[in-house]
Design a protein around this ligand. Structure first.
Ligand SMILES: Nc1nc2c(ncn2[C@@H]2O[C@H](COP(=O)(O)OP(=O)(O)O)[C@@H](O)[C@H]2O)c(=O)[nH]1
Ligand SMILES: [Mg+2]
Length: 654
């Protein structure tokens, strides 16, 4: 057990823990429901796919916090403040000057044993392979084991992350760095220091990380500018971005550039929560300063920063990371309070954890509830029929011949309706089969490769710098043109599907069902945003002398990040096309089981040879069994909508 005051118990760790428990509860109910479906022979492939998807989303779910800012703003110290209580010591080394120039990810992976640091050599930038691909090939990384019980060995391991190597200025440019911002070598005037590692992955067992929190610590501006993938694809995955500033300087020109070129558009594109953190507020106190004046000064700083970053004032958080670390290590509540760490943690918890839980409630839980409700409805329908059966059996003056005639007629009628439903469904399926190739023709990997090739030709034929700008522009136009065609196809199909559903409803004399829709416009928006995000890199590279290699690599990165959006959308369109008839299929199947039930009933009536008592008994047993099943579903529904059986929900159910 960790030590902890009342205040500590309201911190980030507790929120994250409660959220994890909540997710586990949802998984538990989902599993119960699946078992129920299987036990009752009611699992369809359509339902199973939906359940599996939900399960995967819940299990893989992580909360990602990204720390962004110029070096020495105290990002590493802030991460220490979040994590140090558990270890009783600082985790990351903090130093004055350009220390960690290597982006670092901290997480816990339960599938491997032992803490480690994995380091990707900086030279791998030369081979044009994306970081995300290297993450799949861990054999290319240098592996260091860390011993969390031995602080000296930990220090050495973490210091390795900050190691630099000396390369010539040309080599540094090829690697994408702006030479004028690099430290020169003491021994050789032609050489400069660059970080030895391109990226670090740190796997450690910490309660917060164990619960699914991951942290990205990014280096300053020059390192961000030299690895476009961070801005274009890693940071956009974050749920909250913390732009770390120093309270003693406020927003500087470099801070502003980081915000403008690397943060602002991500927030627009992905809707991540953005916070400005004013660190080092302890520097605002002098021995004899009046407390009230200092607080007022902090408040003014908060307001100014909020205005500069276009944020609400409650998104600017004053903090002293150094004080917070000290306070946690000494368990000094007073100091902890002055450090303002807990309000900071609470805001994070509120914005990330609560928002996520709400999102899950509105998507996965809602979807689950509607599935369970569907099953319950099917059960109660059957229940009614059985009840009618049982009443008939029990009534003393039954005219079984008359009943049989009526029942036979209704079986025939239902069978006809079923056949009509099936006919519409078959026609619909055929239509979708002919549509699928049309979707594939407007957006596919072969087309994407063509666009890349054409743009690469433009890049190499143009004047340096200009060529790159033209190539990127041309590439994005081509992608957008395909996406627009895809959108037209999807919209057209959506209309067709709508008509099919109407025809089906007419034939079956039921209400028109709702079906899933797909918004390709989201992808179009994302492409536009991505192109905008690539803009600062383009101008930076065209201003860099001798940056041909860096330009080529930049294009490869942009092309592949945008290509992912393109291919994912094409895949989604295909999935959508296949899934759009799901509700029709499910209803048709339900109708089939209704016809079967009526037939069973008819059967019972025809074979009245067995004693009436026996029949009554069989039906009543069935009803009792069904009542039990309804109760199980009710309890699943109740647990789901109340936020789990064992834990207290963080937010009110939607
Ligand atoms: N006074 C003061 N110094 C801090 C604070 N947080 C960090 N520092 C110092 O600022 C320097 C840089 O910190 P570090 O965490 O390495 O910054 P990073 O480069 O942004 O990761 C170190 O000397 C830290 O001790 C703080 O809250 N107050
Ligand atoms: Mg650092």
């Amino acid at each position: 057990m960790e030590r902890g005051s009342v205040a500590e118990r309201e911190g980030l760790a507790q929120h994250v823990q409660a959220f994890t428990r909540w997710k586990q509860d949802v998984v538990k109910e989902l599993t119960r429901y699946r078992q129920w479906l299987n036990a009752n022979g009611l699992n369809t492939s359509d339902l199973d796919v939906r359940l599996n998807q939900a399960l995967r989303t819940l299990k893989l779910d992580r909360i990602l916090l990204a720390f962004v800012g110029e070096f020495s703003r105290g990002k590493s110290e802030m991460i220490n403040a979040l994590l140090c209580r558990h270890y009783g010591q600082r985790l990351l080394p903090t130093r004055i000057g350009r220390t960690t120039m290597c982006p670092t990810e901290l997480y816990y992976d339960a599938s491997v044993s032992g803490a480690y640091i994995k380091l990707l050599p900086i030279q791998t930038r030369n081979d044009g392979v994306r970081l995300s691909d290297y993450k799949q090939q861990l054999e290319h990384w240098v592996h260091l084991t860390i011993n969390l019980d031995d602080s000296a060995s930990m220090k050495i391991a973490f210091q390795e992350v900050a190691k630099t190597i000396q390369v010539t200025k040309e080599e540094a440019t090829d690697l994408g760095f702006q030479v004028e911002f690099l430290e020169s070598s003491q021994e050789n005037a032609d050489k400069v220091h660059v970080p030895a590692w391109r990226h670090a992955l740190i796997n450690i067992d910490h309660p917060l990380l164990r619960q699914g929190l991951s942290i990205i610590d990014t280096p300053g501006l020059n390192a961000l500018g030299s690895e476009p993938e961070l801005t274009l694809s890693l940071l956009p995955e974050a749920h909250a971005i913390l732009l770390v500033l120093s309270a003693d300087t406020g927003l500087t020109a470099t801070d502003h550039t980081i915000w403008k070129d690397h943060v602002r558009d991500i927030v627009e594109r992905r809707g991540a929560a953005l916070y400005g953190v004013l660190n080092k507020i302890d520097m605002l106190w002098d021995e004899d300063d009046d407390e009230k004046e200092v607080q007022q000064h902090i408040q003014r700083l908060v307001q100014l920063t909020a205005k500069q970053l276009n944020l609400d004032t409650d998104h600017v958080l004053p903090l002293s990371a150094r004080m917070a670390v000290k306070a946690r290590l000494l368990a000094d509540e007073d100091m902890l309070k002055r450090s303002r760490l807990l309000p900071f943690e609470q805001v994070l918890a509120q914005s990330v954890v609560t928002t996520k839980q709400k999102f899950f409630q509105q998507t996965i839980v809602k979807d689950l509830l509607s599935m369970v409700e569907g099953s319950r409805k099917a059960l109660t329908d059957r229940h009614q029929i059985l009840q009618a059966d049982s009443q008939q059996l029990a009534s003393p003056d039954r005219h079984s011949e008359h009943e049989r005639v009526i029942l036979t007629r209704s079986v025939q009628q239902e069978q006809q309706v079923y056949n009509r439903r099936l006919a519409v469904l078959h026609a619909a399926r055929k239509l979708m089969e002919t549509q699928l190739p049309k979707l594939r023709a407007v957006a596919a990997s072969e087309l994407l490769n063509e666009h890349i090739k054409t743009a690469q030709q433009t890049a190499s034929s143009g004047v340096l710098g200009r060529g790159l700008t033209q190539a990127v522009g041309q590439y994005f136009s081509a992608l957008r043109a395909d996406m627009t065609r895809l959108k037209d196809e999807v919209d057209y199909m959506d209309g067709t599907v709508q008509k099919l559903y109407q025809r089906y409803a007419q034939e079956a004399q039921v209400e028109v069902l709702d079906f899933p829709h797909l918004a390709v416009s989201d992808a179009l928006f994302e492409l536009t945003q991505l192109e905008q995000q690539a803009m600062p890199f383009r101008s930076r590279l065209s201003n860099m002398v001798g940056a041909q290699k860096a330009s080529d690599k930049f294009f490869t990165t942009v092309a592949s990040v945008a290509g992912e959006v393109y291919l994912q959308t094409a895949a989604k369109a295909e999935q959508w096309c296949k899934a759009s008839l799901g509700p029709l299929m499910q209803q048709t199947m339900q109708h089939r089981s209704r016809v079967q039930q009526l037939m069973e009933q008819l059967n019972r009536l025809t074979h009245q040879g067995s004693s009436r008592d026996q029949q009554v008994h069989v039906v009543e047993e069935k009803i009792a069994e069904m009542d039990k099943q309804v109760l199980i579903l009710d309890s699943i529904m109740q647990n789901l909508s109340q936020g789990g059986s064992s834990s207290k929900a963080l937010v009110e159910p939607a």
